[in-house]
Unconditional design. Structure first.
Length: 107
């Protein structure tokens, strides 16, 4: 029985090691292929390739500008909203204090 258990454990360890080794090799090969495709694409200087790169670069720049402007506006809007909310709370407290029987709560 112990011999069978040891055989099964050894099989599992061997299978795990094989899968790990193969996965590592596949990832290395994939990285090599991706890098080769990138290098190949970078070397293409056709009119269409240049147009695509230019368009993507401009779009990326515009998107970055838009995102930054949106962050600034969002921050400004949030600050205004917080200020308005504080003012409304103060006004509500003042009105509550003017209600009959509520003056003790205003303190």
């Amino acid at each position: 029985m112990n011999e069978r258990i040891n055989t099964v454990v050894s099989f599992g360890i061997g299978a795990w090691d094989s899968v790990r080794t193969n996965a590592t090799e596949i990832l290395k090969n994939l990285e090599t292929e991706v890098n080769a495709l990138i290098a190949s694409g970078e070397s293409v200087q056709s009119e269409n390739a240049v147009k695509v790169r230019t368009a993507v670069s401009q779009a990326s720049s515009r998107l970055t500008t838009f995102i930054e402007a949106t962050k600034v506006q969002s921050t400004a809007l949030s600050e205004k909203a917080q200020k308005t909310l504080s003012q409304l709370e103060e006004r509500a407290k003042a009105l509550m204090a003017k209600l009959p029987g509520r003056k003790e709560e205003a303190v």
